[in-house]
Design a protein around this ligand. Structure first.
Ligand code: ADP
Ligand code: MG
Length: 727
């Protein structure tokens, strides 16, 4: 066995589970490192506290003097908890989080030291932003970027740093991050959903989008990971034969959690408690070494921040346990990949979940209104939804018969299908009193309050209604939830705005009663959004055929999927909802295409290097052993050796063939890259997908065959069966 692999295996096997002492109740730790209401009440003046509250609830501005007072309180709180530094914490378009730490420590002119943090530093900063992706925004406007405090997501202490969640925008106001458009989309849905909710309850004054994400991930031993340049550099195994025993026996899903993984989870969960992340669920997933983590749902902006924070936290904590977290959507061929379901709903400030059926016909009409509008929004913008989760890594998952297909569709279940079928029959125009009573009693009134029926679930649907929320399942495990949340909230906001206009028109012009008008518009929406509804098996071949007939999009690759972002209609939806302007949309489009190209380019280079520097030399070494053996046989058995060495000779020939295949394909792949690099960004992305990516499979095929042929002792890379074993 190669030295590196030998030591890695030895180290991995000798690692004992690290135990974490937990002597405090979780609830006692909850939010202790968050500058939330409780902390604010303790250190802020009443005025300062109210200023923050107003900023959170109504977006009110905080003046300089007040900011100084808040900063002073924040500093006092942070220093007491041992913080030495502060940072504006933001989410640039790399999809990760960014931070630049500054010490509180400052020197006075007299040479003494003090801890300082004033309002100006809290409210706004200028990170050296030139090296974050900006898709030409900054070139166009010659503007610098700055970060600005987002009071709706509370500051927190990570290790010894006070982290202040911020937006990141250019001086001309264009968003350079994921949070800015999210906040704008959440403002849009708040406004338009509130307007519609008022049809049913006049005292609703705010609607909040809620998000409950479910994060899937793999854990592998860090020493073994270190022997794999592909995993270290690309986050996935570009080669390696699938283990003989993978997930065929279904013995991992919900099985007992391996001790090392469990200790990592406990440690992680404890940190989450301090940071106010309400983690609730943990379990094994389908593939070996695959797990899932889910918190209780939260307001969408906070939930997005918490997901970004937890991904960062997981990397850090895994290190302490000699583990490596793989967030990639498809780290290992032959076993399931990872996703990040986004459970989404809308909640009013009167405590009602707008996607939860109620106890009265009126409450159910409200439910149906939001339910049908969401379906209509998804139908009219299915390509935008698809684009919001497109990435090089998620391409491995969507449509690969283990995750939702690349075709967007909505599943609602039998009961609600029956309700919508009935509503479709509603009379055009004013309803007779009899019809209305019938409708209310027998259709709307019959929707059971509890729809959370586990038997009526369809795991193959990318966008499923699950009783009191929609679950968007096509989101990739690496995706920043802000992206799908921006699109979903924007399109539903726009849909609700149109709905209100149409209902009001019927009330004004046709003198209809409010509920007559609502029934009439809903009926039209139900008719118009039939093509997006699908209750069958989303993984099946038949659905692909059917979807084609329905003219639903089926973009299997990122470059194809992203094209819709620049479509005139998409741009106008984002502009109308004041979420993004055409400059911002174009910038994002370019950044995403470029990221796609870079990811494939890096993978292609890494694969070429490993194949040439590890696989081929190892195969030749083993082939030389075989050749020596054949020579020896020839020396001893002279005439009869060909018979005796038959298998060895066959092996020698096979190895030569695979070496030849790999060399040929690597050379061809490099040529393809060269010609792709000459094209413009859009064509380049398509070319990388069509002409570079296919070589990954053929090179892998030959390399994995060699892995099976070559003596184990000689193989230099940790094998996938070794990586997929935590015990
Ligand atoms: P699963 O989808 O795994 O069967 P559940 O249906 O129990 O599990 O819930 C999945 C996720 O849905 C949880 O993370 C939960 O926080 C989230 N969730 C529940 N209600 C809401 C809601 N009103 N808004 C957003 N997310 C929600
Ligand atoms: Mg789920």
């Amino acid at each position: 066995m190669s030295t590196l692999r030998f030591f890695a295996l030895k180290e991995s096997l000798s690692r004992l589970p690290i135990t974490i002492s937990e002597n405090k109740k979780r609830s006692e730790l909850f939010g202790k490192h968050v500058f939330g209401k409780e902390a604010m009440r303790q250190v802020l003046s009443h005025e300062a506290f109210q200023a923050v509250e107003a900023a959170i609830n109504t977006g009110a501005k905080i003046d300089r003097l007040m900011a100084d007072s808040i900063a002073a309180g924040m500093k006092q709180w942070a220093l007491e908890l041992g913080a030495t530094h502060y940072t504006h914490w933001f989410q640039p378009l790399t999809g990760a989080t960014a931070e630049k730490h500054d010490a509180f420590f400052e020197q006075t002119p007299e040479g003494n030291a003090i801890e300082k943090f004033e309002g100006a530093k809290l409210v706004q900063q200028e990170p050296d932003a030139s090296s974050f992706p900006h898709g030409g925004i900054r070139n166009t406007f010659e503007a610098r970027g700055y970060t600005a405090w987002d009071p709706t997501s509370p500051a927190f202490i990570l290790d010894t740093t006070l982290c202040i969640p911020t937006v990141f925008v250019s001086y001309t106001g264009e968003a350079l991050d994921n949070k800015t458009p999210l906040l704008r989309a959440l403002a849009a849905i708040d406004h338009h959903a509130t307007e519609v909710a008022k049809y049913f309850n006049k005292s609703v004054s705010k609607v909040t989008a809620t998000l409950g994400w479910e994060q899937e991930y793999f854990l592998i031993d860090s020493a073994l990971a270190a022997s794999r340049p592909d995993i270290m550099q690309t986050g996935r195994a570009l080669l390696g034969h699938a283990p003989a025993k993978g997930q065929q026996l279904d013995d991992h899903y919900f099985g007992s959690i391996p001790a090392r993984a469990l200790n990592f989870m406990k440690d992680l969960e404890q940190q989450c408690m301090f940071l106010g992340i309400p983690v609730k669920t943990r379990h094994n997933e389908v593939a070996p070494n695959q797990f899932e983590l889910a918190p209780i749902f939260e307001e969408a902006n906070l939930a997005v921040d918490h997901n970004s924070l937890i991904m960062d936290l997981m990397d850090r904590i895994a290190e302490r346990h000699n583990l490596k977290v793989l967030f990639h959507e498809k780290p290992f061929a032959g076993v399931n990949g990872s996703g990040k379901h986004n459970n989404w709903s809308l909640a009013t400030d009167t405590g009602v979940n707008l996607l939860s059926p109620g106890t009265t016909p009126m409450k159910n009409l409200q439910f149906l209104t939001f339910f049908v509008n969401t379906i209509k929004a998804v139908q009219d913008n299915e390509e935008l939804i698809r684009a919001s989760v497109a990435s090089a890594s998620n391409d491995h998952r969507l449509g690969a018969h283990e995750a939702p297909p690349a075709i967007m569709s909505v599943f609602i279940g039998k009961q609600l299908t029956a309700v919508l079928d009935e509503l479709e029959k509603v009379t055009d125009g004013k309803l007779s009193p009899q019809e209305k009573t019938d409708l209310k009693l027998n259709v709307v009134g019959k929707i059971p309050e509890i729809l959370l029926d586990n038997t009526d679930r369809n795991r193959t649907s990318p966008f499923a209604f699950t009783g009191n929320k929609f679950e968007f399942r096509a989101v990739g495990s690496t995706t920043n939830c802000a992206k799908p949340m921006v699109v979903l909230n924007t399109i539903v906001a726009k849909q609700l705005k149109d709905f209100k206009n149409e209902v009001d028109k019927l009330i004004d012009k046709k003198k209809m009663k409010k509920d007559d008008a609502i029934f009439n518009i809903l009926r039209e929406y139900i008719k118009a959004s039939k093509k997006i509804r699908f209750e069958g098996d989303g993984y099946s071949e038949a659905w692909e055929q059917e979807a084609l007939k329905r003219k639903l999009s089926n973009h299997s690759s990122t470059p194809e999927a992203l094209a819709i972002q620049l479509d005139k209609r998409s741009v106008s939806v984002f502009e109308e909802m004041a979420v993004m302007n055409s400059v911002e949309l174009k910038a994002r489009h370019e950044i995403e295409l470029e990221e796609y190209i870079k990811r494939i380019q890096i993978e292609s280079r890494v694969l070429g290097n490993i194949a040439k520097n590890h696989i081929i030399p190892t195969a030749i070494r083993y082939q030389n052993l075989l050749i020596k053996n054949v020579e020896g046989l020839k020396n001893i058995f002279a005439n009869d050796y060909e018979n005796l060495a038959q298998e060895q000779i066959a092996l020698i020939t096979q190895i030569s063939k695979y070496i030849g295949d790999i060399n040929r394909d690597i050379n061809a792949m490099v040529e393809s890259r060269k010609s792709a690099n000459k094209l413009n960004i859009k064509e380049r992305a398509i070319d990388y997908n069509k002409n570079v990516l296919p070589f990954f499979d053929t090179i892998r095929y030959a390399s994995d065959k060699l892995e099976l042929l070559v003596e184990d002792k000689l193989w230099p890379l940790a094998k996938n069966r070794e990586l997929l074993n935590l015990n």
